[in-house]
Every structure is written in structure tokens, then in C-alpha cells.
Design a binder for this molecule. Structure first.
Ligand code: GLP
Length: 264
């Protein structure tokens, strides 16, 4: 796991976009896993800008979204589908058939989840999965207690997630109780994971994710099992990390380390 601590949210997003753009340059037909929430908004804004300035073509890019509320139609303003349209898809030259999202109103939920997993496989797997993190350590909608081997399926949201996601809904009772989410096992199959977090309210979840034991009680801690997980955070989110100085030192010296390895 690489922990990259930046001064502010803009820099977090720049770093994530740099990694995505770098991969896009070498991989014809990049497959991106996308998240919703506040954390990736700046990443989408920058990717849109790159696309509109002719620096990143999305016509061969394929996307898979992490999760969706059960019961919300795709045009419901609080659905993750509507979020993606508004904040990303409608602004870039992506081919509509390359966009994959979980439906909040599937006819057959189990089949829908199985098909989603199959589609990811057919696309050759996800190259880069973008993630945010919930205050309770959830990734996607894998709430604490989710199996580290889980695949795409139905989950019941915790009270704390319902409360955190209530702004935007008219009241807390309108927030759906159930959702569909890629599993932790599905997420771990991606080539690279980029987890973004900023703000003090994420510092505990980040400390447990990065330095705590690997446990289903903190789904983010599963990132410790991944070979190429990048945790890109600001100083607030990093404030409870015991090895914060070490992560900063490694990042500062990364060019020297690369040079040293090249010369050998
Ligand atoms: C939701 C989403 C997650 C997201 C999390 C944190 O529950 N399902 O994918 O990571 O919220 O959101 P935010 O980035 O707004 O803090």
C-alpha cells in the first residue's frame, strides 16, 4: 500500500488523475471502476477538462460503477446513476455501451449481480478502481462485517451510512435501506486501487484502513491485501496515522529511490 499525503483536496485529485492518465496512455481500452460521493468529484472535473481540451479520449474507455441504492430508478436525482450522468458521463465522449452501472430496480437481483461480475470479466477486469471511504470504514457499500471475499450483491446499509448520506434526500426516511454493491473480493481483483479521502471526519477510518489489522469490521483494511493500492489523502485525513512522517518521507524521496534502482 502506498500512502500519499497531500496538502489539500485539489492536490489529491491531481495525483489521482495523473495516475489514471498515465495508465490511459499505455492501455488501449482502459477499464475504470468509478465511485460516487463527494471525494471523487474533483477527479471527474479534471478528467472532463482533459477530455474537453483533447488530452484524453474516452471513446475506448469502459466504466463500471461500484454501487447503487435499491429502489431508486436511474433518473432519481439521488441515484448514483444520476450522479454519474451529472458529474461525469454527459460531459465526456464516452460510448454509452461502455458504461456499466448497477440498476436500482432490477427484475432479478441475483441474476443482475451475477451478470455484472460476468461483464467485468468479459471487459478483461478493472484496471483502476477509484474508491472513497465511509466514516465507518466502508468501501463501495460494503458495510463493516462484509466478507473480504464478497462479490456483487445486496447489502443493508448501516444507520451511520444512512445518516451520512441523508443530505440530498428530503429526509432521513427517504434514504433507501438496501443497496447493490461490488463485493470486497470484486474490488480486490482490480489492477490498481486508488482510495481518496479528505477531512478530519475520515481520519479514524483511514488509520484503521492503513495501520489497523485486516478485518471485515473495517472493509477498507482489505486494501492491505492488494499489491497496488494507493491511498491519497490530505493532512486532516492522515492525522491519526502513526507512521505519517514515514509516508511523507518515502513520497518526498520517491525519485531518488527510482534513480537508485535504475542505476543498479
Ligand atoms: C457512500 C458511497 C461510497 C463512498 C462513501 C463516502 O456511502 N457508497 O462509495 O465512498 O459514501 O462518500 P464521501 O466521498 O462523500 O465521503
Amino acid at each position: 500500500m502506498e500512502v500519499i499525503i497531500k496538502d489539500n483536496y485539489d492536490q489529491i485529485c491531481e495525483e489521482a488523475v495523473r495516475l489514471i492518465h498515465q495508465k490511459w496512455q499505455v492501455k488501449n481500452g482502459l477499464v475504470l471502476g468509478l465511485a460516487t460521493g463527494r471525494s471523487p468529484l474533483g477527479v471527474y472535473a479534471r478528467l472532463i477538462e482533459l477530455n474537453q481540451r483533447g488530452l484524453m479520449d474516452f471513446s475506448r474507455v469502459t466504466t463500471f460503477n461500484l454501487d447503487e441504492y435499491i429502489g431508486l430508478a436511474e433518473d432519481h436525482p439521488q441515484s448514483f446513476s444520476a450522479y454519474m450522468e451529472k458529474n461525469f458521463f454527459r460531459h465526456i465522449n464516452i460510448n454509452r455501451e461502455n458504461i456499466h452501472r448497477l440498476s436500482g430496480t432490477p427484475d432479478d437481483i441475483e441474476r443482475h449481480c451475477r451478470d455484472y461480475e460476468e461483464k467485468i470479466k468479459t471487459a478483461g477486469g478493472i484496471d483502476i478502481q477509484i474508491l472513497g471511504i465511509g466514516r465507518n470504514g466502508h468501501i463501495g457499500f460494503n458495510e463493516p462485517g462484509s466478507s473480504l471475499a464478497s462479490r456483487t450483491r445486496v447489502k443493508t446499509l448501516t444507520k451511520s451510512t444512512i445518516e451520512a448520506n441523508a443530505p440530498g434526500f428530503k429526509n432521513k426516511d427517504e434514504v433507501p435501506r438496501y443497496c447493490l454493491t461490488m463485493g470486497i473480493g470484486t474490488i480486490l481483483d482490480s489492477g490498481m486501487l486508488i482510495l481518496l479521502a479528505s477531512g478530519l471526519e475520515k481520519n479514524e477510518a483511514i488509520a484503521k484502513t492503513v495501520e489497523g489489522p485486516v478485518t471485515a469490521s473495517v472493509p477498507g483494511s482489505a486494501l492491505q491485501l492488494h499489491r497496488t493500492a494507493k491511498v491519497i489523502i490530505d493532512h486532516h485525513a492522515a492525522s491519526r496515522l502513526q507512521r505519517k512522517d514515514y509516508y511523507l518521507w518515502v513520497y518526498e524521496h520517491r525519485d531518488k529511490i527510482t534513480d537508485f534502482l535504475k542505476k543498479r
